[in-house]
Unconditional design. Structure first.
Lengths: 84, 266
């Protein structure tokens, strides 16, 4: 009886340690998802949907231009103004 | 009262000058290319006060002498495709160093290297060519500049020889402003940059040479991958003279290979 109990306890402990180990063996991310700045896939759709409304057109296109500039590497702007 | 006005005027002039000094990068010309590395920006501290230092100390500089390079054609290379459509609003730009065409911001044309896409940002001309073969240059050279989202720069180079007149080259020359830094964004002219590619090459599957290099103008940044087409294009002698009317000798001299070899797709 005692042997059975011992086996049951040791089995459950080893299973628990297995799970604990599988958690630890995961490689750490270089950049955690919370630290990642992703480009929004629907940015171009927002720009299109802003077009029909004439009264807000100028402000909408201005803000989407700004966000585009934020995402673009400055080298693009540099090479538009220099031979490269 | 007069003293106050004078003091305000002096302050305004100083502020304008200081702003200019900070925002403008140092002036350079092709005539002084041997000492680009030594041009100083007194508004910056060490080592940023030598903004073009890489021109002097870089080991993977462009252009090169293609005749001096060992060509390796045994390495499997990616497929190269110049998928340039028509740009409906190109900007004709006199860069102060050459004739340049900037593609419009919503232009979709790109160079495909394997599965990777590199949007075409601008293309420009050098007279004579920058790349040479055994010390001999071509009359001119065309550079297509591509930059992708992560900032990598790819330049596709095409040598230009004298021969048949080139209609699209003529259109570019006619619409480029003659004043330095002049931009002509409202020409109402459509340009397909693919029309400048050699007619006997398939733009969707280009043969090429490739080598690691740099920008050929200050700041001579390295990390630029060069693709050179094995065939040349032509412009007429009159068109070359017209190009020289903008800028002449705007080519950098060939730089040391420093162990680099030229990979060939053919
Ligand atoms: Zn160039």
């Amino acid at each position: 009886m005692l042997i059975k109990l011992f086996l049951a306890v040791s089995l459950s402990l080893s299973i628990a340690s297995c799970f604990a180990e599988s958690d630890d063996s995961k490689s750490k991310l270089l950049i955690e998802p919370s630290q990642q700045k992703r480009s929004s896939p629907d940015a171009s759709q927002q720009k299109q949907s802003a077009q029909p409304n004439a009264s807000t057109e100028s402000t909408s296109s201005q803000s989407s231009q700004d966000s585009n500039q934020d995402n673009k590497p400055s080298m693009i702007e540099y090479c538009r103004n220099h031979p490269c | 009262m007069n003293t106050k006005i004078l003091r305000n005027l002096a302050f305004t002039i100083f502020t304008c000058y200081a702003t200019l000094a900070v925002s403008a990068s140092p002036h350079w010309s092709h005539d002084e290319q041997a000492t680009w590395w030594a041009i100083q920006d007194p508004t910056q501290n060490v080592p940023l006060n030598y903004p073009f230092g890489e021109c002097g100390i870089g080991k993977h500089q462009s252009p090169i002498d293609l005749g001096a390079a060992t060509i390796n054609d045994s390495k499997p290379l990616s497929k190269l495709a110049a998928l340039y459509g028509t740009d409906t609003a190109p900007v004709f730009f006199n860069s102060g160093h050459g004739v340049q065409v900037n593609t419009s911001t919503d232009y979709k044309g790109a160079l495909m290297i394997g599965e990777e896409s590199f949007p075409l940002i601008q293309f420009h001309f050098h007279e004579p060519s920058e790349h040479v073969v055994k010390g001999k240059n071509f009359p001119a050279e065309l550079h297509y500049v591509h930059i992708n989202e992560d900032g990598r720069i790819i330049v596709l180079a095409v040598a230009i020889d004298i021969g048949d007149e080139n209609p699209i080259f003529g259109t570019i020359l006619e619409n480029t402003p003659h004043e330095e830094n002049g931009k002509n964004a409202s020409a109402g002219i459509q340009i397909n940059p693919a029309q400048l590619l050699p007619a006997d090459l398939d733009p969707a599957n280009l043969d090429y040479y490739t080598i690691a290099g740099s920008l050929t103008t200050p700041p001579c940044s390295e990390g630029v991958q060069w693709y050179l087409l094995p065939k040349v294009i032509t412009v007429s002698a009159a068109q070359l003279e017209q190009l020289k009317g903008f800028y002449t000798n705007n080519a950098r001299e060939a730089k040391d290979l420093n162990g680099r070899s030229l990979l060939s797709s053919q």
